[in-house]
Design a protein around this ligand. Sequence first.
Ligand SMILES: [Zn+2]
Ligand SMILES: [Zn+2]
Length: 213
Amino acid sequence: MPNQISNTLKGYCPHCFTSRNFNLDERRGAIINCANCEKNFTVLDSEKIILSEITEGMCPHCGSGVHFTLQQRAGSPVLCVKCKNDFLLSDIHILPKYSEINYVKKLEELMSPNGKVGRKEFLYSYFGIALGNFVFITFLVAIFGNTNEYMLSSILTLIVFLAWGISAWAVICLGIRRLRDINEPPATIIVAFIPILNIILLLWLLLTPSKNK
Ligand SMILES: [Zn+2]
Ligand SMILES: [Zn+2]
């Protein structure tokens, strides 16, 4: 196929996996001399490389996380630095990507008064925050509570105050989102600061089903 021009515009050197753009001559079949490893190849050789989309995974022997090089993504064996065993990319367990878990987004949602929240999520989040806060503060006090050191007890007080403040904010945001979900004005959250009425508000928020406009 001497006159056929390959559609491949970009590819990898099959020897060292350096990526490069192909010019017209190279796409017609001219020999390419790799600028990195100085070995020769053609666009056709480059097209034979199948590079795995997987960039990180778990060693099937010991379970530690491994990042893959281009060579390994093209099929070279991977040597685990932890357990010194080798394996192929096709043997691995894929790690969930950080962006897929999206803890950051979840946390942002939790700390924001925007949007709506349903009954179930409100219930879980509310008691999750309350329990988390309780456990955290109890834990701190149990470990450092008896200290006579002024610096340490000041820091402890500050941390407890911060933890309390952050969870109070999260609960207020949660309440505002739940109020929006049941078509009530978000300003109703003011009731949360009035004793006894705040308990009624909580029950109301826990029990009222969502309303869609
Ligand atoms: Zn090369
Ligand atoms: Zn390993």
